[in-house]
Structures are given as structure tokens and as C-alpha cells.
Design a protein around this ligand. Structure first.
Ligand code: DC
Length: 226
């Protein structure tokens, strides 16, 4: 009999500290960390490289037929490849955040990326971070956590990250962008960013990284056992 893998679905809005939490949880538990946003960002990159605007749904659909996106497990995490090209920091810009958010509203794009995500979760114990992991991708995940924080706390964190990377931006710009993305990601018809019915909501507005990881580990142990 094939052993059922343990899947942790970690959803939440941008800047909620999901990816930091997911990486830490994966390390603590010896699980594989999967950043599904990177898949949408990679589709966005390809759409941009074909000269389409972010909101051009037909343009996004047209590139899918010649897009091959795979995720390979390297050093305990999923690395995204577009064909043979390894994708890195080029998808982490504010422009690509916008492209990713827009292409993620296109049903064909979501369908295109669905099986890649499920396959990894079938074969590995994973902490999968995204927006619809607990609701759509892995509805049977043993543990579902919806991480959130106030828009101001999230914008502050994202602003610091961008400044550290040398991006020229302001807090106000980051906050406006975040509010736009929140609306775009949570009000879309398909797979909106909302907690699954059986998810535990973890608000970390006032928690540091360690406290957030400890809270998530407690949720994990309650659900799965020691
Ligand atoms: O997690 P992120 O900021 O890298 O995600 C980029 C965009 O991709 C985000 O605005 C919404 C979309 N996304 C999604 O719709 N579903 C996911 N599972 C992950 C990301």
C-alpha cells in the first residue's frame, strides 16, 4: 500500500509571512517546501516576455500551449523551470507580482498548474504555500492554516524586504499595491483567497517569526499528533 503523505496547506494574502512560515515549518518537520506563487509568477513572466499586458487573459491563454513549467525538488524545496531554464529572482519584482495576480484569475492558467501542484503533494510530505491550497488544490490536506495580518503590518514587512533588495519604492506605494492585490486575489470568481472551512486562521499582526512558527507547530501537532 502506498503511504499517504502528510500535506500542510498554508494559504493567506501577500505579505502575511506565509513563505517565511512555510520554509521554517518545512525545516522543523523535514518536509518539502513548495511555493505555488512562483508557478503563477513564472506564467506571468512568460506572458510579459511575449509582450502581453498583465490583464490580457487571451494573451495568457495563448502562451500556455508552448509553456512547459515543471517543479524539481532541489535542497528540500521546489525549484521552478520554464522549459530548461531555471527561474530565479526575475519573478520577484513588483511588476511580476502584478502579472502573477492577473494571470492567476484566468481559469485556464489555474487548470494548467493544478496537476503539477497535486503531483508533488501526492509524492512528498509538503508544506505548500499559496491562496487556494486548502480549498482547491489539496482539499484533503491533514493540516490547513490560513495566515493573515493587517494590511499595514503586511505592507511594512514587504516594504522592508523590497528596500533590502535595493528596490526603489515607498511604504505608501507598497500599501496601495497590497490593497490592490488583496482585492484582486480575494474577489476573483475562481479560487479566491479565502480560508477553507476547516482551516485554522492564524493572525500574526503582532507575532514575530518564532512565535508564528510555534503557533503553527502547535496547530500541526494538535491535528496530526506528536
Ligand atoms: O504568493 P505570491 O505573492 O508569490 O503569489 C503571486 C500571485 O499569484 C498572487 O497575487 C496570487 C497568485 N496565486 C494564486 O492565485 N494561487 C496560488 N496558489 C498562489 C499564488
Amino acid at each position: 500500500m502506498v503511504k499517504r503523505r502528510i500535506n500542510i496547506a498554508l494559504d493567506g494574502p501577500s505579505g502575511s509571512g506565509k513563505s517565511t512560515l512555510a520554509k521554517n515549518l518545512a525545516r522543523e518537520l523535514g518536509f518539502v517546501y513548495i511555493d505555488t506563487g512562483a508557478l503563477y509568477r513564472t506564467v506571468g513572466l512568460f506572458v510579459a516576455e511575449h509582450g502581453f499586458e498583465p490583464g490580457d487573459a487571451a494573451g495568457a491563454v495563448s502562451v500556455l500551449s508552448h509553456t512547459k513549467i515543471t517543479m524539481r525538488l532541489i535542497d528540500g524545496g521546489g525549484k521552478v523551470f520554464l522549459g530548461t531554464r531555471e527561474i530565479g529572482g526575475e519573478i520577484r519584482t513588483p511588476e511580476m507580482s502584478r502579472y502573477a495576480s492577473d494571470v492567476s484569475k484566468v481559469p485556464e492558467v489555474r487548470e494548467f498548474l493544478l496537476e503539477t501542484q497535486r503531483e508533488i503533494a501526492r509524492e512528498n510530505d509538503v508544506v505548500m504555500d499559496g491562496r487556494d491550497i486548502g480549498t482547491v488544490i489539496l482539499p484533503k490536506a491533514q493540516v490547513k492554516i490560513f495566515v493573515t495580518a493587517s494590511p499595514e503590518a503586511r505592507a511594512e514587512r514587504r516594504y522592508k524586504e523590497l528596500v533590502e533588495k535595493g528596490e526603489k519604492t515607498t511604504y505608501e506605494e507598497v500599501l496601495a499595491d497590497m490593497l490592490w492585490r488583496d482585492k484582486n486575489d480575494s474577489s476573483r470568481e475562481i479560487a479566491p483567497c479565502v480560508p477553507a472551512k476547516d482551516a485554522v486562521v492564524l493572525d500574526n499582526s503582532k507575532l514575530g517569526i518564532k512565535e508564528t512558527v510555534d503557533a503553527a507547530l502547535e496547530i500541526f501537532h494538535k491535528k496530526v499528533g506528536a
